[in-house]
Design a protein around this ligand. Structure first.
Ligand code: NAD
Length: 505
């Protein structure tokens, strides 16, 4: 089995066009969570090589920013084509490196393709406003200009999609990109970049260094974060990481897009379609083994439907298939490593101490000692206390009973994170209250669908300790450009705004 996965990884990397020299013989070891075995040894970057990459990117930006945006879009169109051709292989590599079930590995690549399509259209729509001037013979408008080098730091759990969200927009916006992927998922990063290299080759005349990958852990990310030559850092990961990265970028007046942890909740109301809610909750809470930023972690269930829903959920938790996602067709794959499993067990112990009744959560044997599979845990809690208030990046769903919607919304909002939320109801008043200014305080609020599985067309991100950043669709592109207000005087006079007079002879 060991041999097989290593050999599969090698085959995939070969087919995806990643030279063996890039992933053998280095000191940074890469493991697959599927079996826990080592699959690659990469050579990490250093502060010096990162500096050199930034210098190359800066030079590339100066050339790229004057290429017409629709022509820049052509590069992203070609990237989308190359991704379509490589979808099966890259999806399989995502499954090996991040432990996702095959359909989720492929789904992540589909998301890359979707954002490329979106960005190609956007390359002809980088619109500014025109504004009525108070002065005769004057015109005002906004122009959007390229920003510079964009540093992308990404997390292990969406090893390729997050890069594409940032890069597709950044490239059409006229920027250069340097990507520091998670040290846990460097192979999918090298493979994505090899795919982009093919698009660049077909494109023909893009400047060298327009898009680069640097490999390593927080120290390598730090070199990017601290550089005054990187005006935008888009960082995805834990709130702990954001607390370090955010202030560092702010201290040099850089811009940041922070996409941090979530502690997402759903509310099940008396009128909810319980069959639908059950399916949405199951996917939201157990999918990707609870390792999505949008994973459903807290559920508030109205007392009138608690007994009709929760026992069914507990049954689903007991019967869902857990195992090697590449061999068994299981719906729940591995946790990323031993630390993730330990954090899950610690949270469950704390939940018990706080009066929680735990269903599931135990380790599931798959024959691979160094892989960590766990049965998802549903914990009935008397109240929202202890570990319920924090994100534990594992499949734990805390369930709390409520009487009044106002109490459920208050509890819903009473945590640090503010990423995704949902309500299950057929009552229009309840749904609209949840979406109103006095409702969910999250960046994403859904009705009758779960908290996870966002489409690329909407802006993605969250409030409070989730960091406030927005990526992907809607007008998130504005975060990757600089806004310029222009006033043009086509008259023969020079009137000053606000009636100020300053006449010289
Ligand atoms: P992590 O914070 O451990 O690491 C994320 C990335 O940040 C890695 O590339 C890491 O090397 C880098 N990093 C860490 N410390 C750094 C520092 N001081 N300076 C520069 N770079 C640094 O997160 P993870 O375990 O890979 O991912 C899971 C977390 O990410 C969860 O909290 C999850 O909710 C969050 N996440 C959020 C989103 C979102 O869009 N909001 C998406 C995916 C994951």
């Amino acid at each position: 089995m060991s041999q097989t996965l290593q050999a599969r990884t090698k085959d995939l990397l070969d087919r995806l066009g990643v030279p063996a020299a890039a992933w053998t013989g280095g000191t940074l070891k890469s493991f697959t969570p599927v079996t826990g075995e080592e699959i690659a040894q990469l050579k990490p970057d250093t502060a010096a090589t990162t500096e050199a990459a930034i210098a190359r990117a800066k030079a590339a930006f100066e050339a790229w920013r004057v290429v017409p945006a629709p022509r820049r879009g052509e590069l992203v169109r070609l990237l989308g084509e190359e991704l379509r051709a490589a979808k099966e292989d890259l999806g399989a590599l995502v499954s090996i490196e991040a432990g996702k079930i095959p359909s989720e590995g492929l789904g992540e690549v589909q998301e890359m393709i979707d954002i490329c399509d979106f960005a190609v259209g956007l390359s002809r729509q980088l619109y500014g406003l025109t504004i009525a001037s108070e002065r005769p013979g004057h015109r005002m408008m906004e122009s959007w200009h390229p920003l510079g080098v964009v540093g992308v730091i990404s997390a292990f759990n969406f090893p390729v999609a997050v890069w594409s969200w940032n890069t597709a927009l950044a490239l059409v916006a006229g920027n250069a990109v340097i990507w520091k992927p998670s040290e846990k998922t460097p192979l999918t990063a090298l493979a994505s970049h090899a795919i982009l290299e093919r698009a660049l080759k077909r494109f023909g005349d893009a400047p060298e260094g327009l898009s680069q990958v640097i490999i390593g852990g927080p120290d390598v990310g730090e070199a990017l974060v601290s550089s005054p030559d990187v005006p935008l850092i888009s960082a995805t990961g834990s709130t702990r990481m954001g607390r370090i990265v955010g202030p560092k970028v702010a201290a040099r007046f850089g811009r940041s897009i922070l996409e941090l942890g979530g502690n997402n909740a759903g509310i099940v109301c008396p009128s909810a379609d319980l069959d639908m809610a059950l399916r949405a909750i199951a996917f939201g809470a157990m999918g990707t083994a609870g390792q999505r930023c949008t994973t459903l972690r807290r559920l508030f269930v109205h007392e009138s439907v608690y007994d009709a829903l929760v026992p069914r959920l507990i049954k689903a938790y007991g019967s869902v298939s857990v195992g090697n996602p590449l061999e068994s067709g299981a719906l729940v794959g591995p946790l990323v490593d031993a630390r993730a499993f330990d954090a899950m067990q610690k949270a469950l112990t704390e939940a018990k101490a706080a009066g929680g009744k735990v269903h599931g959560g135990e380790r599931v044997a798959t024959g691979a000692e160094t892989a960590f599979y766990a049965r998802p845990a549903l914990v009935e809690m008397p109240d929202q206390t202890g570990p319920v208030l924090e994100e534990t990046f594992a499949p734990i769903l805390y369930v709390v009973k409520y009487k009044e919607l106002s109490d459920a919304i208050r509890l819903h909002n009473a945590v640090g994170a503010g990423l995704s939320s949902s309500i299950f109801t057929l009552d229009m008043r309840e749904a609209e209250t949840f979406l109103s200014a006095a409702g969910s305080d999250c960046g994403i609020a859904n009705v009758n669908i779960g908290t996870s599985g966002a489409e690329i067309g909407g802006a993605f991100g969250g409030e409070k300790e989730t960091g406030g950043g927005r990526e992907s669709g809607s007008d998130a592109w504005k975060g990757y450009m600089r806004r310029q207000t222009n006033t043009i005087n086509y008259s023969t006079q020079l009137p000053l705004a606000q009636g100020v007079v300053f006449d010289i002879d």
